[in-house]
Design a protein around this ligand. Sequence first.
Ligand code: 3H9
Length: 697
Amino acid sequence: MNEIVGYEIEGRVAVLTIDNPPVNALGHAVREGIVTRVEQAVADDGVDAIVLIGAGRTFPAGADIREFDQPAREPHLLVVVDRMDTIEKAVVAAIHGTALGGGLELALGCHFRVASPDARVGLPEVNLGIFPGAAGTQRLPRVAGLDNALEMIVSGKPVGAVTAHDYGIVDAIVEGDLRPGALAFAQKIIADGTPRRISSEPRDGIGAPEAHAETIDRYRDLANRRFRGQESPHQAIESVVDGLRMPYDEAVAADRVRFEACKTSSQSAALRYAFFAEREAAKIPDIGKDVAPRAVKSAGVIGAGTMGRGIAISLADSGLPVTVVETGQEALDAGMAELAKLYEAMVSRGRIDEATKAERLARITGAIDYGVLGEADLVIEAAFEDLDVKKDIFQTLDGVAKPGAVLATNTSYMDIDAIATATSRPRDVIGLHYFVPANVMRLLEVVRGDESAPDAIATGMALARRTNKVGVLAGVCHGFIANRSRLPLVREATFLIEEGASPAQVDKVLTDLGMPLGPLAVSDLSGLDVSWRMRQSLAADRDPEARYMHLADRMCELGRFGIKAGRGWYAYEEGGRHPQPDEEVEAIAAAVAGEQGIERREISDDEIRARCLYAAINEGAKILEEGVAARASDIDVMWLYGFGFPRWRGGIMFIADEIGLPEILSQLRAFEAVHGKLWNPSPLLERLAADGGSFTR
Ligand code: 3H9
């Protein structure tokens, strides 16, 4: 018997329990099991109604995404869902956990739905580059109304049980145990003779598309804004619109064609890759589940500057009491005032209410004495990027922190091992590299020093989860994974300007790739002086034979630090943030090119794309080869969450595999011939290209 779907009789109700941990995904065996059990119940004279429920933590959370790369196997989920329409006995879906995607579609096929109060239901398929492919786009509008259905389908966001009840998706919310509650519901249906509700039947009030033009346009706008460059939300809308103009069967048939095209698209492949990459990143090869993170009940932050404030907010928002330490009262007062302003802004934008602000703000206290950090389980240093300053801080910290406290530095490129030597407890020292603004950006680069203890690293990863961030492990090197792999892109962007491209042209090529901002606009935003200082600190180790960023230096020498100076790669109106092309930049670039003997020329968009992207890919390969990243997909997760790289492109390493490593290698060699040793191909890339290997597959 098929135990993946259990079968029990309670009174005159058959209870079908789907048991496929961890999330009861609707893989082939489950679909087959449901069909078998449903037919068993249909044939069973002792059964008047059927309850479909999930074992463990959830009702099915969707189709099995891992099966998407394989040929489809019967019975298709749509067939399972449609079968419910013709069953004469009432079928009740009992939902707990998350009924998502195919899980909700299965529930929509059932005649009734009940849910636990904390259940969530949704159609998140657009996030995977597809749309609900088992008639969700046809059934949900009939059940929940067109507007609510489009909201759920296009945004991909789930709703809670109460909203689902308001929308008519859920017929009843069951307080207490779900199973007996669902049984009681089914028994009442039998007793009352309540007619079955078939969600594929036409519903009154849903007219032709023309009657809903304004609503449909609103969701097309939403799709454009929220999923720039992504196809699946548009296909989802077309599918819903088909349902308005065609009978159910015809619309579903049209869906099949559209769904297959989405499923086999490169966007869907990239989005599914991103889904699993993100989950893989949480697993550290040599730190198993047996390594418990250290308990963190309170935290300290050193520095009340931009980073320190963002970190303090992120910690406080997760419920942790935080002490922020500054060097003097004035700096502390100024930092705390700015911090309060950030919370104020969240209230005025409607993100949180006054009471939440007060509660969170009350968790943050300020001090100018390191002694207060003696209580903290975790201390994050967010001081000035200067190795000596950081070493001093860690030495002081060593004297006050309690045994077992995790001592973290937020440095974005410095040597964690050198910082750890300032303490008597290098095992407790890790890097926690936040991205600006630290309370908003979801990436947390957890840096492992030579001596970092496994449970200190596990604590960093657990902190990421607790603060709703995506923690990714990196080894020690200059810039770690994220910044190190992005630097070559920025480098090439500035070289291209020296050679004749304009900042706007370079930025446009990269925003056309789907990046939210071009690299030069980003530099203007964060300040050109930041990387200038970094270049200065590395001057002694500079390779004289490698091409250098003379133009970027010159921009800083001329005070063009970006937005804060009113000019950088672009010009800005007084106090403005909107970049305007600036002819002066062209003149500066021409002058620097002249000094360097560079002949300026027209540069094609293709060259810009290849130079920026392939430089980053080559660096990614080196990072991988050195073991700084555990896997290529970790590099991609960093780009997705640290730099807003379009998820539907997967990431730079995924793109490299899509293009093909031999092609990348031949381009690297061509660029090396013209631009010199910065383009030395990574030996790993050379090997993989020769062996037909790949980074991510
Ligand atoms: C769909 O339904 C298409 C249909 O419309 C049409 C079909 C014709 N498949 O996230 P977690 C794994 S598309 C396979 O860490 P949480 C996951 O990889 C689908 N595996 O837990 C992980 O494995 P591992 C629409 C899946 O508690 C483990 O389960 N549905 C699937 O933080 C635990 O996952 C979705 O898009 C799956 N569908 O979050 C929902 N889901 O332990 C996708 C999870 O080896 N899933 N796994 O790393 C989620 O959003 C979250 O997993 C969920 C739980 C909220 C359910």
